[in-house]
Every structure is written in structure tokens, then in C-alpha cells.
Unconditional design. Structure first.
Length: 370
């Protein structure tokens, strides 16, 4: 949440911030693609440690320079999140590791709790950032980000060998062979969804509340803390819905109304109603996450899970990397700051419709464990 405020505080223009966020996500794409496609061959633990060290390096670089050129280099090479969501190689490799040790019939349930823990951690971080910046410089948050990267590296050193993929001699190039067709289809759809979401990453959404209603960073920390907590707990409901409707239908039935609520946010006449729409959206926005993760792990071979999840993560990062440039241009014009919400909502609704047509009226859900 604090990243846009930090960068504008360094003297960067809205256009420069948008470009920097795009390069940040683009750099994560390259890093993630390499680490995740090699994780099943070289070792998931080793790749997670490498990602954590790159995270720490990016945080230290952002905290130690005001040069736009050096910030661009750090953003491109390092691992840093402008979106409020997890980036880099962690999520795909962790999903594959969990699927290795969890029975297939419990996969969606475990992923729901995994999503909840991650979302609550994000919410606590958002709240802490808002409170800390009341008393201390915003650079303290960036340094703390680097410190957590080092802590992650130490924790990943303890990862059990059970989380590793089974060794095979005929591992395909880029880690995906038999699963390539379904991975490519999903990648195109996930990229569209992420491109839409890139117009309203949490950093820009928080900045919109500041520009539109003058909400302070401290207050925004509390707002997005509550929003992320709601989002995390909404993931738990996904397990029962998936058992009743199926994985893909649960993704669509919960994602579609959340995007309608997103469109309604800038149409609200006052800050109270705008926050209400935001919180309502977050209350159902994460129901598609554990089902999407579980679906992905179900339709790919076990020894291809890290690479498949990594490629899909890269597709999402690529889509999200393009949008902030356009969002930055729109935010530079006071008359256009509402437009990113409308563009995002429409694109994400299109994704929902296309996903339903491709995998419900077409192939449908896989049998868990297939």
C-alpha cells in the first residue's frame, strides 16, 4: 500500500511511478519464470531461498537510492510487490510443495487456509505500514521488507525434503510437457484477468482514495487491513461452494459479483459508500483463489506442478505488468482517476465469461487427483 506514496515522496512523477511499477512486475516475470521452471529439477527449497534473497536485495536497493535509473534496475532484477499481492516464485513453488504432501481430496481446503494465512499477513502488514508511517519515515517500511526477505530465506532452509518433486530423467523443457495445452489455455485467461486487475492494484486504489476524498495513509492502512481480512476469510467459504458447484463454477460465481462491486466504487457520492463497496468486494474477492490453485494442481502432472504454476503466475504477472503504465497516465489527469475502476471491472467480467465457456460448457472440472 505504501509503495506509491514512498515513490512519489522521492519526487517521482505519476508517469514515472506507473513505469516503475510496470518494470517491477516485468522483472518479477523473468525471475519467476526461471526459478519456477527449474524448481522441480534443481530443488524447490533452493529456488525459494534464491527468491527470498532477491526480495531482500530489492528492498535494500529501494531504501538506499533516489535515482530513478537505479530504482528501475532494482525493480527489474529484484522481487518486490506493488500490488499488495504475493509476487515472485514463492506462490507457485509453495503450491506445488503443498500438493506434494496433501491428499487430493483435501487440496482445496488446505489452499483455502493457505490463502487465508497469506491474506491476513498482508492485512497486518498494511495496517503496520499505515501506523509506522505516522511516526517514522516511509523508508523504514522498505527496509523492513528487505529484512523479511532475509527471514524468509532462513525459514526456507528448514523445508522438508517431502516437498520436493520426484526425480525423473525425461523432464520436459521448461518443466511442462503433457500438461502444456491446458496450461496455455489457462495462461491466456489468467493474463486477461490480471491485466484488468493491474489498473487497480492496491497501491493505486489507496492513492485514489487519497486523491478523491483526501483519506490519510494511516486511515488507508486501517481500511485495507479490514478489506484484506474480509478477503482472507472469504476464501474459507470456497471449499463448501466448490464441493457443491465444482471448482470452475465457484471461481466464476464469486468473481463476477466482486467485479460489479469494483465498478461501483468510483460511482459512490461519498467516502463512506465508496469504502462500503470496497469492503463488500473484498468480502467475496478471494473465493476464486483456492479453487483456481486447486484446479491448476488437478489438471497438471505432479512432476510439472511447479513449472505449470510458475507459468500461470508469470502469465498473471505479465498481464498485471502492462496495466500500471496506463493507470499512471490516467491518474495524472484528475478528470480520469475513476476510469481505471471501470476498465478493470469490464475486463475481469470478460475473463469470467470466457473462463466459464472454455472450462464449464467445454471440458468442465477435472476429477480431483487426475
Amino acid at each position: 500500500m505504501i509503495l506509491v506514496f514512498y515513490l512519489t515522496g522521492l519526487g517521482l512523477s505519476d508517469q514515472q511511478v506507473g513505469l516503475l511499477l510496470t518494470l517491477t512486475l516485468a522483472g518479477d516475470t523473468v525471475v519467476s519464470l526461471f526459478l519456477t521452471t527449474q524448481a522441480d529439477r534443481i530443488g524447490r527449497r533452493r529456488m525459494l531461498i534464491a527468491g527470498a534473497l532477491l526480495m531482500a536485495g530489492a528492498g535494500l536497493a529501494f531504501a538506499s537510492t533516489r535515482s530513478f535509473l537505479f530504482l528501475v534496475i532494482a525493480a527489474t532484477i529484484g522481487v518486490i510487490s506493488p500490488s499488495g499481492n504475493e509476487v515472485g516464485p514463492f506462490l507457485p513453488i509453495e503450491q506445488a510443495a503443498l500438493s506434494e504432501v496433501v491428499p487430493s481430496e483435501r487440496r482445496t481446503h488446505v489452499f483455502a487456509w493457505y490463502t487465508l494465512m497469506g491474506t491476513v499477513a498482508t492485512a497486518l502488514g498494511t495496517l503496520a505500514a499505515g501506523l509506522v508511517t505516522q511516526k517514522l519515515p516511509r523508508s523504514v517500511i522498505i527496509v523492513a521488507y528487505a529484512a523479511f526477505g532475509l527471514l524468509l530465506a532462513l525459514l526456507f532452509l528448514q523445508l522438508s525434503p517431502r516437498a520436493e518433486a520426484e526425480r525423473t530423467s525425461d523432464r520436459p523443457r521448461f518443466g511442462v510437457g503433457a500438461s502444456r495445452s491446458v496450461v496455455m489455455r489457462l495462461a491466456g485467461l489468467f493474463a486477461l484477468d490480471a491485466f484488468g486487475g493491474g489498473f487497480v492494484v492496491q497501491s493505486f486504489a489507496a492513492y485514489w482514495f487519497y486523491l478523491r476524498f483526501g483519506v490519510s495513509p494511516a486511515a488507508l492502512g486501517g481500511i485495507f487491513f479490514g478489506a484484506n481480512v474480509l478477503a482472507g476469510f472469504s476464501a474459507l467459504a470456497a471449499t463448501r461452494l466448490a464441493a457443491r458447484f465444482g471448482l470452475v463454477k465457484t471461481m466464476v460465481y464469486t468473481h463476477l459479483p466482486s467485479n460489479i462491486l469494483l465498478i461501483l466504487v468510483p460511482l459512490m457520492p461519498n467516502v463512506g459508500l465508496a469504502i462500503t463497496m470496497l469492503l463488500l468486494r473484498f468480502s467475496i474477492s478471494q473465493m476464486d483463489v483456492p479453487t483456481r490453485q486447486s484446479y491448476t494442481m488437478s489438471v497438471v502432472r505432479p512432476e510439472e506442478r511447479s513449472a505449470a504454476a510458475g507459468m500461470l503466475g508469470v502469465a498473471r504477472t505479465t498481464g498485471a505488468a502492462i496495466a500500471p503504465v496506463f493507470a499512471g497516465l490516467l491518474f495524472a489527469n484528475p478528470h480520469l482517476i475513476n476510469l481505471p475502476f471501470f476498465i478493470s471491472g469490464v475486463l475481469k467480467i470478460a475473463y469470467d465469461v470466457m473462463l466459464y465457456r472454455a472450462f464449464v460448457t467445454g471440458a468442465g472440472d477435472p476429477i480431483p487427483g487426475d
